[in-house]
Design a protein around this ligand. Structure first.
Ligand SMILES: [Zn+2]
Length: 210
């Protein structure tokens, strides 16, 4: 579920995209899996008709156990994405890694996603650092990882300095993620070799209370 106002419109990258309906400062947690998102088990997924499967592919994210989570928006890929994936104590969220202006397309780097099957796509992001192709069948190069890590580190440093809509939500997943974020004093970023799982750990166990 998106925590910021978004709207769907024609993308400059491909097909439909999602766009910021309000200014989003760097460091804002923009997305998390809420109790309202739809969970499709690996077994259920296998029994779906092809058309439904395609919808799940389009709007869903596959977890490592083969289950799928289908949510309320589908950001296009960009090699110069303005949001990136972050795992906090194993909990998934997306964080704004740039200040996003109202009306700007929200983009994420699909290179960070887990997938149990190999796929690749030609990239049309037109950014200066475009990798040309992306997908789970493509090894993510060192430069891309460095870019993710530096951007995520900077954004994580802003988490407790910007307004977080997440912190005032009262569903169970939001509460757990809020607690995880508030218990991090100085998050360290750990790149995974592929599908970068990025975790934040406390360096001294201090609690941040705000
Ligand atoms: Zn690209």
């Amino acid at each position: 579920m998106y925590l910021v106002k978004i709207f769907n419109s024609i993308s400059g990258i491909e097909g439909d995209g999602i766009f910021a309906g309000e200014p989003i400062p760097k460091g804002t947690i923009v997305f998390y899996y809420s109790n309202d998102d739809i969970y499709v088990s690996k077994k259920e997924f296998k029994s779906l008709p092809d058309l439904k499967k395609q919808q799940v592919y389009k709007l869903g994210v596959e977890a490592e156990n083969g289950d799928w989570i289908v949510t309320d928006g589908d950001a296009n890929h960009s090699c110069d994405a303005n949001i990136l994936s972050l795992f906090v104590d194993g909990l998934y969220c997306d964080i704004a890694v740039k200040d996003i202006q109202i009306g700007e397309e929200i983009t994420i780097d699909y290179g960070l996603f887990y997938s149990s099957f190999p796929w690749q796509m030609k990239c049309r992001c037109h950014s200066n650092n475009c990798r040309g192709v992306f997908g789970s069948a493509i090894a993510v190069d060192f430069q891309a990882q460095q870019l993710w890590n530096s951007r995520i580190s900077e954004a994580v440093d802003r988490i407790h300095h910007v307004s977080q809509p997440l912190f005032s939500r009262d569903d169970e997943s939001a509460k757990v993620l809020t607690l995880a974020l508030r218990s991090k004093h100085s998050p360290r970023i750990f790149p995974y070799i592929k599908f970068s799982m990025i975790c934040a750990y406390p360096d001294n166990g201090d609690e941040i209370m705000r």
